[in-house]
Ligand binder design. Structure first.
Ligand SMILES: Nc1ncnc2c1ncn2[C@@H]1O[C@H](COP(=O)(O)OP(=O)(O)OP(=O)(O)O)[C@@H](O)[C@H]1O
Ligand SMILES: [Mg+2]
Length: 348
């Protein structure tokens, strides 16, 4: 049981050394009628990093995600994942290859509980056949238990215990965002695609989301490819940023390099001269230029915080204190004070 006691991605041959290229997009293009949504886009995502796509509305960011998920087939170009051609794979294979995603508009089973949504996320790992399932054999029972254990670990990891048995439809928007993240984690991905994880969240919830993303990177060793408009979140969690506009790559580099790139500023705000003149007028002393969030209408959503511990978390911007054992006492929380603890009886 030692292998299954934490939510950490199982060590596997496909888990590459940190810094090695995990995903490589080469010269990707896709056209929808007259719209060239993605035009000759190339980038590499390295194992263990948070790589973020930014750009104004309609820049082609979600289309890049849909190309990686194989929802769309590129008109030109290729995607390599773990050194193999992803473009040869059918869409239903993507999750089993270790790629999970969340969506710009949350996609959950609204009339199922949080736990059931997470168990559905585990289905990529099921190896029992129809006969085993029909007769509920030992193999099926073991698979069910393992799936349940993994789901509970993710619930603990993302502090969703309070909502485990709640219907998704009745949950505040901010919690549903975390449930979607949890479902993606249940597939034990190597590469996690997050499409606007902070959209619709308030400032506190966005701060919490930043912590989850950092935990996912540092504690679970999962590589993250993210699309995001909130530049404070981008700066906080990203190792590298790629800016797109009208389907093309504008700039790539550290968050600061990209935010100060004149082409990026122009794409967001207008010409650099206009921006400088606006700045002078405003007599801003705010330091280096910052890219404003894209002019995106935030939906009027339920604004509800997660209860006392999260209020404390958001207020102090410190890691929340986590209890040492789960309710079932079977395994310890994945991290406390940045130290991963092995479960009782675990072998090193
Ligand atoms: N299935 C499709 N059919 C036709 N056009 C599409 C399709 N998917 C995307 N597009 C178009 O491709 C362009 C890029 O869209 P995409 O959704 O990738 O932008 P985005 O950068 O994710 O924008 P946002 O920040 O608003 O989410 C847009 O002009 C969009 O209308
Ligand atoms: Mg999008």
């Amino acid at each position: 049981m030692t292998q299954t006691s934490t939510v950490r991605a199982e060590p596997s041959q496909a888990l590459r050394p940190s810094g090695e290229i995990l995903l490589s997009a080469k010269n990707l293009s896709v056209r929808f009628g007259g719209v060239l949504a993605v035009n000759k886009v190339s980038f590499d995502v390295k194992q263990g990093e948070v790589f973020t796509l930014i750009g104004p509305n309609g820049a082609g960011k979600t289309t890049v995600f849909n190309l990686i998920s194989r929802i769309y087939t590129p008109s030109t170009g290729e995607i390599e994942y773990c050194g193999e051609k992803l473009t040869d794979q059918p869409p239903h294979k993507i999750a089993s290859l270790g790629i999970a995603r969340t969506f710009q508009n949350i996609e959950l089973f609204e009339h199922a509980s949080v736990l059931h949504n997470l168990l559905i996320g585990r289905h990529t790992h099921r190896q029992t056949g129809l006969l085993h399932d029909l007769f509920f054999t030992r193999k099926t029972r073991d698979a069910e238990l393992l799936a349940r254990e993994k789901a509970e670990q993710v619930i603990d990891f993302l502090d969703l215990q309070h909502h485990r048995d709640s219907m998704v439809a009745g949950l505040p928007y901010g919690v549903r965002k975390v449930v979607e993240l949890a479902r993606a984690l249940c597939t034990e991905p190597k590469l996690l695609l997050l499409d606007e994880p902070s959209s619709g969240l308030n400032v506190e919830e966005t701060g919490d989301m930043a912590f989850w993303i950092q935990d996912i990177k540092h504690e679970l060793g999962i590589t993250v490819l993210m699309v995001e408009h909130d530049m404070s979140l981008v700066s906080k969690v990203s190792d590298r940023v790629l800016a797109m506009n009208q389907g093309e790559v504008l700039a790539m580099g550290t968050p600061r390099e990209v935010q100060t790139d004149p082409g990026v500023i122009e794409a967001y705000l207008g010409s650099v001269d206009e921006v400088s003149s606006l700045r002078r007028t405003a007599q801003s002393d705010a330091g280096p230029p910052q890219v404003a969030s894209a002019p995106r209408a935030v939906q009027p959503l339920q604004r509800q915080t997660w209860g006392p511990r999260h209020e404390h978390h958001a207020a102090t911007r410190e890691r929340p204190a986590r209890p040492e054992t789960s309710e079932r006492g079977e395994f310890l929380r994945p991290h406390q004070g940045h130290t991963r603890r092995e479960p009782a009886g675990a072998q090193k």
